[in-house]
Design a protein around this ligand. Structure first.
Ligand code: AMP
Ligand code: MG
Length: 295
């Protein structure tokens, strides 16, 4: 998943606590391996080939994630779209490489979730454009974090914090006190926080333009990993979005979605969702809160 995973938990028995951490890490590695687009043998790489050429059969787990991804595409009018990868595959953020304009515009035609045909009950997947590719980078971490929390709950653990990059889930409190969760200052060194929230029993996802990016040497523009599916380019209105809610499987895709939508449309969407709140830091560094947090 290209990120760091961390687990903090409380257990009376140190050995059992350590085994619980091992189980979480094993789960994270399993999800990472299964849906790693850079591993030619992963399920994701395989279905990207098969669904573009015909019909792919996907695992029950993948069909669940695809179904959720398509739900957020419909809800957001396409701001969240796992077919963003049709264009994003040609970017290399580490080396500062963007696709040439003609390749970019050809690839952009394949960015459209409506071309992804999923039959959930039969676990069949087909792409109606052969150039279409999907990537689960905007949803897999939240899913994995939820699965990991379920593992801890099965073991009777009541106090834990699990995070995979910007996606966290808190189980219970920190033994009598809330967990303190920081939102990074998007333009400061790693570790410097803009705000800190006391939280418990909640999922918390942050999407930021500082995770994977380069600065275009000519325009100085920040080219980063969150793509506006309408243009095939980096979404520019915000620096970071955090979403709070009951599950990482929802807060993860929602943080990416709201990042693309921007302040006005993003806040309007989150206000329609009962269990979710959002904090946005716009391009000027102004902080915006949804109505559930303004107190
Ligand atoms: P997050 O890690 O939740 O901030 O989401 C960022 C990741 O989501 C990127 O690294 C991409 O893998 C993926 N992504 C980027 N743009 C989109 C988009 N418009 N819709 C869905 N996923 C996206
Ligand atoms: Mg996200």
């Amino acid at each position: 998943m290209g990120t760091e995973v961390s687990v903090t938990l409380w257990h009376e028995d140190a050995g059992q606590g350590r085994r619980a951490i091992d189980a979480v890490m094993e789960q994270m590695h399993r999800v990472d391996k299964q849906w790693n687009p850079e591993d030619a043998d992963s399920e994701l790489s395989q279905i990207n080939i098969d669904a573009a050429n015909g019909v792919a059969t996907v695992s029950t787990e993948l069909s669940l994630v695809l179904d959720k991804a398509l739900y957020y595409s419909r809800l957001s009018g396409g701001a969240f779209d796992i077919s963003f990868a049709s264009v994003a595959r040609y970017y290399n953020y580490r080396e500062g490489i963007a696709p040439q304009p003609d390749l970019q515009s050809k690839a952009l035609k394949a960015v459209d979730y409506r071309l992804i045909k999923l039959d959930v009950s039969r676990r069949r997947l087909h792409f109606e454009n052969p150039d279409l590719q999907i990537d689960l980078g905007g949803i897999a971490k939240g899913y994995a974090v939820d699965r990991a929390v379920a593992l801890l709950e099965q073991r009777g653990i009541e106090h834990a914090s699990i995070s995979a990059g910007g996606d966290s889930r808190l189980l219970g409190d920190r033994r009598g006190r809330p967990w303190m969760v920081g939102i990074r200052n998007p333009r400061a060194a790693e570790g410097e926080v803009a705000l800190v929230l006391p939280l418990q029993d909640i999922a918390f996802s942050t999407s930021g333009d500082y995770e994977r990016f380069y600065l275009d040497p000519e325009s100085g523009e920040r080219i980063h990993h969150i793509i506006n599916p309408g243009t095939g380019k980096s979404a520019g209105e915000l620096m970071s979005v955090s979403v709070l809610g009951p599950r990482g499987f929802d807060t993860d895709p929602l943080s990416t979605t709201l990042f693309v939508l921007g302040v006005e449309r993003g806040m309007a969407l989150v206000e329609t969702l009962d269990d979710f709140d959002a904090i946005m830091i716009d391009a000027d560094g102004q902080v915006h809160y949804s109505s559930g947090l303004t107190d």
